[in-house]
Each structure stands twice: as C-alpha cells, then as structure tokens.
Design a protein around this ligand. Structure first.
Ligand SMILES: Cc1cc2nc3c(=O)[nH]c(=O)nc-3n(C[C@H](O)[C@H](O)[C@H](O)COP(=O)(O)OP(=O)(O)OC[C@H]3O[C@@H](n4cnc5c(N)ncnc54)[C@H](O)[C@@H]3O)c2cc1C
Length: 260
C-alpha cells in the first residue's frame, strides 16, 4: 500500500442484495446507478469498489467503484460507462430498472486516502474514473480538509462533464477545494487538452502532494508519469485502473478483487 493510506477492511466475502432506487443518464455514455441496501450494507472506505451482478447470475460480475463517501443509510452510487459490446454495462444501461434487485459484494481495493494526512491532494479523473475520486473528494471535504484539494476532470466535450454544478457549489463552500475541467475534443472555455499536459501549469511542484488518478489504463499511466515528473514521490501516487475484466476463457488471469 502506498504511504498516506488507511488500513482497508477485509471484504465480507458474500453478496448483499441491493435495490435500484435511481438510474439516470449523466452523459451520452455514463449512467449513474443509486443502490439501497435491502439487508446488510457493506462497510467500505472512500475509493474502494464492489462487484455488481444481477440476482439470477445471468450477467457476469463486474467491478464498479463506489462514487460516494459512506452514508448513514448505506446507499451506493455507481457511475457506469457503456462499453460497446459489453455484457454488464449493457445490462445496466439497457435492461436494469428502478425497483430491480442486484447483488453487490466487496468492498475491494486499496485506492484509499488517509483522512488524517495534512498533505495537499491532487485528484485526477477521466470519464467514470470520477467515481472513486468523487468519493475521496466528498470524504476529504467532509473531514474538513484544510490543505489544498484540487480535482482535475478530463472530458471529451462539455456534454461529458459530470457534476459541474455540484463541484462549483463545493468550491463556494470550501476555499481549499478547486475544480478544473479540461476538454480533450469539443469547443468551450479553456482549459483544453489532456491532463498530463495541463499539470505543469497548475502551480508548484508536487513533492509534498498525495496524488490520486483513476480511469482507463492509458489515462492513469500518463497521469502518474506526469505527476512523478513534477516531483511527486512514487509512494504518494495512488492509481485505480479500470482494466477490462478477465474473460471466462482467459483461464489463468485472476478475477478483480482477488489480485489487488
Ligand atoms: C477496480 C476497477 C474498478 C472499476 N470501476 C468502474 C467504474 O466505476 N465504472 C465503470 O464504468 N467501469 C469500471 N470498471 C470497469 C468495469 O469493471 C467493466 O470492465 C466494464 O464495465 C466493462 O464490462 P462489460 O461487462 O460491459 O464488458 P465486457 O463484456 O467485459 O467486455 C466487452 C468488450 O469490451 C472490452 N472492454 C471491457 N472493458 C472495457 C473498458 N473499460 N474500456 C474499453 N473496452 C473495454 C473488452 O475487452 C471486450 O472486448 C472498473 C474496473 C476495475 C478493475
């Protein structure tokens, strides 16, 4: 585990039933799913992920990062990107309905923060990579983070920007928090371009920062390299890579959760 991280809870190892209480398109490719526990709720740390599957076992379980800090009622929010030809993401986008039951197991992963750390934080996300980052931001602000907390969110176009108003409102409430969205394709006010190219312009070096990056493999690798080039210590660069799950025929590869 990288430094500055909390002790992660052991996964419970069994599935819990959850009910779908909301399912909304958030961008042309990302849907937000809100789940409420029907029995016991999973205890988790902000930044962790769960395995989601249908109650009949007809859809293969897939990993999804929890997009909110823990709530008293145990609700879980997930941001699911539609993958062309994808089994689980098509189920969420096309067949799942409010009122349906799903199975959730976990929590998994060590992409977690140490709320006691006084280090400034830089959070980097693209697409549904915003999910674990949003949970970490929520938790840090809730804990009263006084050192700077900057979230840089990369989207192709303005239509792909999630939670613009929510983050603008958090900026008003928390002077330490800054939200920057960058567009990689569409028109709109600056900034434009990919996150790694943007980082040098954000300010001083990152030697004292805790850096978190989540999303597709290429995005995360490029962000981690850029952060280290700006002085971030390797142990202070935390990454969550949304790799494609091993397919049933891939034999030797471990399932998500088992190898992490
Ligand atoms: C730790 C972790 C956390 C994750 N968190 C999230 C999350 O919060 N939100 C989210 O949307 N996804 C997340 N994922 C990815 C998710 O688990 C699935 O891999 C994704 O939803 C695709 O599953 P599927 O069943 O629809 O596609 P599959 O049926 O598994 O794949 C169909 C085809 O698409 C390809 N493919 C699979 N995944 C991707 C991808 N991500 N990008 C491009 N091509 C792909 C496959 O190689 C295959 O050719 C996470 C993955 C990991 C490992």
């Amino acid at each position: 585990m990288a430094d500055g991280a909390a002790v992660v809870p052991e996964p419970l190892g069994f599935e819990e039933p959850y009910g779908v209480i909301a399912l909304e398109p958030r961008t042309p490719t990302i849907a937000e799913l809100l789940l409420r526990p029907l029995d016991g709720s999973l205890a988790y740390l902000p930044g962790q992920y769960v395995l989601l599957e249908d109650r009949d076992g007809a859809v293969a379980p897939r990993s999804y990062s929890i997009a909110n800090a823990p709530r008293p009622g145990g609700e879980l929010s997930l941001l699911v990107t539609r993958v062309p030809g994808g089994q689980a993401s098509a189920w969420v986008h096309e067949r799942l309905r409010v009122g349906d039951e799903v199975s959730v197991s976990g929590p998994y992963g060590s992409f977690v923060d140490d709320p006691a750390s006084a280090a400034p934080r830089l959070m980097l996300a693209a697409g549904s990579g915003l999910a674990p980052i949003r949970a970490l931001v929520e938790a840090a602000l809730r804990a009263g983070a006084r050192s700077s907390l900057t979230l840089v969110f990369s989207a192709r176009t303005e239509a792909d920007v999630i939670d613009r108003e929510r983050f603008a409102s958090l900026e008003q409430q928390h002077p330490s928090f800054r939200f920057i969205r960058t567009l990689t394709r569409g028109p709109g006010p600056p900034p434009h371009g990919r996150v790694p190219a943007l980082l040098p312009a954000l300010g001083d070096g990152l030697a004292d920062h805790q850096v978190f990056a989540a999303g597709a493999p290429g995005f995360v690798t490029a962000c981690a390299a850029a952060a280290e080039a700006l002085g971030a210590r390797r142990a202070a660069v935390h990454t969550e890579v949304f790799f494609a799950e091993p397919q049933p025929w891939s034999g030797a590869a471990p399932r998500a959760g088992e190898a992490r």
